[in-house]
Design a protein around this ligand. Structure first.
Ligand code: ADP
Ligand code: MG
Length: 371
């Protein structure tokens, strides 16, 4: 058996994107899991695929890794057509949610496993395993057994096992899904640091929008086997292209039809993010360039750092307002800067937002199937 070629360092003269998908389609009988996908992932990029369950994310990863055969279309890795190549001939490694580490082997043996299979000499195996363990900040854990590790540490072993092969691309399918929230947040920051350190292209699958926003250079939002929007986290949040994206990434207020005509003067559809909306007393004056509507508070939801106030506007729509809880004491009644701190259920209020914070959406709204 020959050694798999090692991935070149990023920027070491490889032409073109790390991954190119062209017209990629996967059907299972009557189900189209992935539909005519075109996508380029750049070398060294942290790329995320975000979408609800069943939207085709895992299928795309499996097509890239070679675990599934495409119904139509092509997969290129580093400019080379690998559509017909078996998984072992592709310079990719996959990390799954259920870490797939061997319980009876210690950490060292787990990490070396792939290199043993490839008949890498012992001394080099040691050296590369030590390097991989250092990368995932597990130096000193080499002789531990998996049951002596926490969930986060086990996931790091799985990561080291993949990194030790020096793949050109690392595919990660909801790798943090089994961890509790606190640990997941820590690992999100660490994964991003590790990716920056090693410079390998990461393709990260998640259904968690916060996770995708935290880590990614770019995000593709999937809906029913298609990419609904491909953008940076900032663009995705500030300029969602559709009601589906606006609803899936963060909380948003959708204004369309008669409601939009009443509040905005145009039929929309528009979205406005909750933190862009101000909560005030009814019948305050309207500044130029602002929109406003009066309504009744339905619910006040305290979330620690922020408070969400849900208001039923007389125009016939519910809107959520997010306020930062930057005052420890509730603001005195009538202080519009800290409105949510004193808003109460059933109170009459007035919401206002800047016209330029309205994001116009293309096309018609999908139903909110994701929330
Ligand atoms: P996600 O990872 O976004 O949750 P998947 O890629 O797993 O979505 O699935 C996409 C669609 O393809 C779903 O409708 C799923 O039921 C279907 N699907 C996935 N794998 C198979 C399979 N082996 N056989 C039949 N249908 C499948
Ligand atoms: Mg999946």
């Amino acid at each position: 058996m020959t050694l798999a070629p090692e991935a070149p360092r990023p920027g070491a003269g490889t032409a073109g994107p790390a991954i190119s998908l062209r017209g990629l389609t996967k059907r299972y009988g009557a189900v189209t899991a992935v539909e005519s996908l075109d996508l380029d992932v750049a070398e060294g990029e942290f790329f995320s695929m975000l979408g609800p369950s069943g939207s085709g994310k895992t299928t795309v990863l499996r097509l890239v890794a070679g675990f599934e055969e495409a119904t139509e279309g092509t997969v290129l890795l580093g400019g080379q057509d690998v559509t017909a190549a078996p998984p072992y001939a592709r310079e990719v490694n996959t990390v799954f949610q259920d870490y797939a580490i061997f319980p009876h082997l210690d950490v060292q043996a787990n990490v070396e496993y792939g290199l043993r299979v490839k008949k890498v000499p012992r001394a080099e195996r040691r050296r590369r395993a030590a390097e991989a363990l250092e990368t995932v900040r597990l130096d000193g854990y080499a002789s531990r057994k998996p049951h002596e590790l926490s969930g986060g540490q086990r996931q790091r072993v799985a990561l080291a096992r993949a990194l030790v092969n020096r793949p050109r691309v690392l595919l990660l399918d909801e790798p943090l899904g089994a961890l509790d929230l606190q640990l997941r947040r820590e690992m999100q920051v660490e994964l991003k640091q590790i990716q920056r350190d090693v410079g390998i292209t990461f393709v990260f699958v998640t259904h968690d929008q916060e996770e995708a926003l935290t880590m990614s250079d770019r995000i593709a939002v999937f809906n029913q086997g298609r990419i609904e929007q491909l953008a940076t986290p900032h663009e995705l949040y500030e300029r969602p292209a559709s009601a589906f994206v606006a609803g899936f990434v963060g909380t948003s207020n959708l204004l369309e039809g008669d409601v939009a005509r009443t509040l905005v003067g145009e039929s929309g559809p528009f979205v406005v993010r909750p933190e862009k909306v101000r909560l005030g007393e009814p019948a305050e004056g309207l500044e130029p360039g602002w929109c406003a509507g009066e309504g009744t508070v339905l619910e006040v939801v305290y979330l620690g750092a922020t408070t969400h106030t849900v208001v039923r506007l007389d125009a016939g729509v519910r809107m959520t307002v997010a306020d930062h809880n930057d005052e420890t004491v509730a603001a005195p009644s009538g202080d519009p800067a800290n409105g949510a701190a004193h808003a109460r259920r059933d109170q009459r209020v007035r919401l206002s937002w800047r016209r330029d914070h309205l994001v116009p959406l293309a096309g018609t709204a999908h139903e909110e199937e994701s929330r």
